[in-house]
Design a protein around this ligand. Sequence first.
Ligand code: 5CA
Ligand code: ZN
Length: 409
Amino acid sequence: MHAWPASEVPALPGKGRDLQIHDTATQGTITLAPGPVARIYVCGITPYDATHIGHAATYNAFDLVQRVWLDTKRQVHYVQNVTDVDDPLLERALRDGHDWTELAERETALFREDMTALRMLPPQHYIGAVEAIPGIVPLVERLRDAGAAYELDGDVYFSVESDAHFGGVSNLDAEAMRLLSAERGGDPDRPGKKNPLDPMLWMAARPGEPSWDGGSLGRGRPGWHIECVAIALDHLGMGFDIQGGGSDLAFPHHEMGASHAQVLTGEFPMAKAYVHAGMVALHGEKMSKSKGNLVFVSALRRAGVDPAAIRLALLSHHYRADWEWTDDVLAEAVARLERWRAAVSRPDGIAADAVVEEVREALANDLDAPAALAAVDRWVELQNATDGDDESAPGLVSRTVDALLGVAL
Ligand code: 5CA
Ligand code: ZN
């Protein structure tokens, strides 16, 4: 699948800083010291509805990760999937009388446009679940042949007990896992399972649903977690630096994916850091496609909101915080964008070398975007209130904001 066009990332003077980031698995902050090539896998959308602000906030966090790495002159190897076949997509297509492939294509195309408008850097490999099926089938066969998977009425389940490290990503107790499994695509109450938490690896073909040749597994379609494992292992291999997504992916998705990969390869862990963004709410509840309390990026753009203001609104919250989208959040971002643009449009001004360092330091410290905005705000205030004769300053600030925050002034 093709991704979207990359916006250029200006090089900044001086030296970038190594990223320290909170890891859900170890519940602490770790310094990632990837080699010359940093490797990141970010879970992509299930394309049955348009990109909302919650999605955009999560992708913003991982865009910042890349920008910090790029600033250290590392190359970034970035992989993202599209869950272009899964229950919610098929259910929505059926409900609305649409062809599921057309729905997936349309929403994926819109996602690309939204990501481009928000200046999110594209992955080098943007892979759909459907195109990954030929790579998924042999992994499921290997898990089954190794005794880590079993069949139930034609469906194939992964046995969580086959992984000694199971539970180590999300650190939840059994009851919490069971509740979340039922809420997030699992089927803990299905009779015949060895462990209620066991997730499906391969679902045997159902009447009226799409299915693919699964070799010795029979016709069917892949489970959700093995999709991301197959794509990540194929394009990044084990031990990549970050697997990312919103906090609702820690369990079961990232937990199960880690287990699949660890049993398959005998190596541990799949990702050095499991990084999770907080949930964005609207009217007091998590923004979600299933609840329908959504603010779409494309709807804001259609209403004439500058995508740079949307991006500033996302950046004004720490990525790990849960926060609420309101009209005020957007209005503040619009006002900030206006002040910043006025400040950099002058041909000279207040020296800005410290701003570059402050933004770098803020982001390297667990992606503290609000602190980065505050550093720029301080310069902008001075610049808008005082005369200065540093001719390089406005350009340096705009390049810093562009390179490290993805905002074009
Ligand atoms: N296709 C799977 C991942 S493999 C999936 O979860 N798709 S999704 O479309 O439901 O979500 C895409 C990303 O947006 C995930 O990382 C998810 O955690 C994140 N996300 C969804 N809702 C919100 C929200 N309200 N706030 C923040 N992030 C969210
Ligand atoms: Zn995923």
